[in-house]
Design a protein around this ligand. Sequence first.
Ligand code: NAG
Length: 245
Amino acid sequence: MNSQLSAAITLLPLLLLLLPNFHTALADPLAEFCNKDNAKLNPGSSSRLAKLLSQLVAKAPADGYYATSSGRGRNKVHGLAQCRGDAAAKDCSTCIADAADQIARRCPGLPDGRIWYDNCFLRYSKANFVGKLGNNSPAVIFFNAENVTDPETFNAKLAGLEDVVRSQAVKPGSKGIGKGETKLLPPSAETIYAVVQCTRDLAAADCGRCLAAAAAGYFADYCDNKKGCRALLDGCYARYELYPF
Ligand SMILES: *[C@@H]1O[C@H](CO)[C@@H](O)[C@H](O)[C@H]1NC(C)=O
């Protein structure tokens, strides 16, 4: 898993928005974002954060999702951890444990941290973000620099596939995930694979808005005609490739 991941990343040129401190070493996350805009955590909220992270690690794997808060008043911190909806239970718990460990190291004392892996996403903040869709920024965008050979056919097929997976993701009981594939016609006969995932605290309408920002927005801005693309946001992610993932 990890060697595949790092191979994939080194082959793909990547574009990072607002993420200057990006790492690609083995076992690292895909990306993290530490918000440095607001006041640092006070000592009380730092100790609540440690408690919050251990609760997320303990409780999220059972159902692949958990959101909670810890502390009161100025010490209060909020957190959410979620696995990709189709991740195996073992991969889910490993991923959340890694995410909690890494975010504490990577965003020391900072009031808002987010971390993305293939199999999970974790965020904490002094602000109560749970159940609220933010402004879909910052986003992390990865893309395959190669263009498809027949953009017109490809884009029509991709648009159809995106509609299908986005409507799956907003359905009750979907755990926020939509995934599917569609075959291109000969001579290429390649298959496009797509996965979208919303965080499960979001209402269906907000999930739809987030996925629209990811796919209609960031994909259109950065991945026109590209063979693969992914947009990682705080409320959702969207990805398509010409290989299964
Ligand atoms: C790839 O597609 C983009 C977007 O349509 C275009 O601007 C660019 O020139 C293409 N690159 C090549 C090498 O064809």
